[in-house]
Design a binder for this molecule. Structure first.
Ligand code: BTN
Length: 235
């Protein structure tokens, strides 16, 4: 087993606290679980809703040997690991590029990948057993989808198992990882809008390219989007 699990009753954010441990020289494979997060973070500085005792909030420390320009692929690797892990409990999870995991357009897991000088932190939040979410969140949980309480330990192990597999495929065997992501891509065929470098852009999603970029048809030509703020489906 490549992982060592550290469990803490209360943390600010597992991503922030594992970064400190990384700085102290902890090795790859450390997993920090926070039973309660007082400052859980989402992407773009948003707060992450995670009621104590009902959710999974954890971070994994990697010290990748793959070159840095490939590290953004960890987002896709993690999205696929989480989606497949959840599919042990549910028929099908969708991946909204780069790495939201959705069930019927409702978010069931969020991923926050952050890089350090020589390490990567993979932060994962999974809605396991909450039954109620703030109205403004379009979210769901495993319990809501399965109509039963789900073991957080089981979910954790299913996801970690697959993360070990896919985080090793950002350099070689990336095609296989991509296939899994493409099969679950929630955006293909959809009209989307997004902000890129401060510009509003919109177009139709054609799929995911060979480097993991989102292919969007913009003004008649297809562009590969490597990085964008939240991609929204136009209604
Ligand atoms: C998002 O969807 O915007 C990403 C949410 C990521 C939440 C997880 S919970 C564990 C880890 N620690 C954090 O502070 N954030 C991530």
């Amino acid at each position: 087993d490549p992982y060592r699990i550290l469990w803490r009753e209360k943390v600010t954010s597992t991503n922030d606290e594992i970064r400190i441990l990384a700085g102290q020289g902890m090795s790859e494979g450390l997993v920090l679980i926070g039973e309660e997060q007082t400052a859980g973070r989402g992407r773009r500085g948003a707060a992450w809703f995670s009621p104590k005792g009902e959710n999974l909030a954890f971070s994994v420390l990697l010290r990748p040997r793959a070159p840095k320009h490939l590290w953004s692929r960890f987002s896709l690797a993690t999205g696929l690991a989480v989606a497949e892990g959840l599919e042990r409990f549910l028929p099908m999870a969708a991946i909204k590029w780069p790495n939201d995991v959705l069930i019927d357009d409702r978010k069931i897991a969020g991923i926050l990948v952050e890089a350090g000088a020589d390490f990567v932190i993979i932060g994962i939040g999974i809605n396991v057993n909450p039954e109620k979410f703030p109205d403004e969140l379009l979210a769901t949980s495993l319990k809501k989808e399965c109509d039963r309480e789900i073991s957080r330990a089981e979910v954790l192990l299913e996801v970690l198992k697959r993360l070990a597999k896919y985080s090793g495929r950002i350099e070689s065997d990336f095609e296989e990882l991509l296939d899994g992501v493409r099969q679950r891509c929630a955006l293909t065929g959809k009209q989307v809008k997004f902000l890129q470098g401060g510009n509003h852009r919109s177009g139709r999603v054609k799929g995911i390219g060979s480097s993991g970029e989102l292919l969007v048809e913009l003004n008649g030509s297809i562009e590969g989007i490597i990085q964008a703020d939240e991609v929204r489906v136009c209604s």
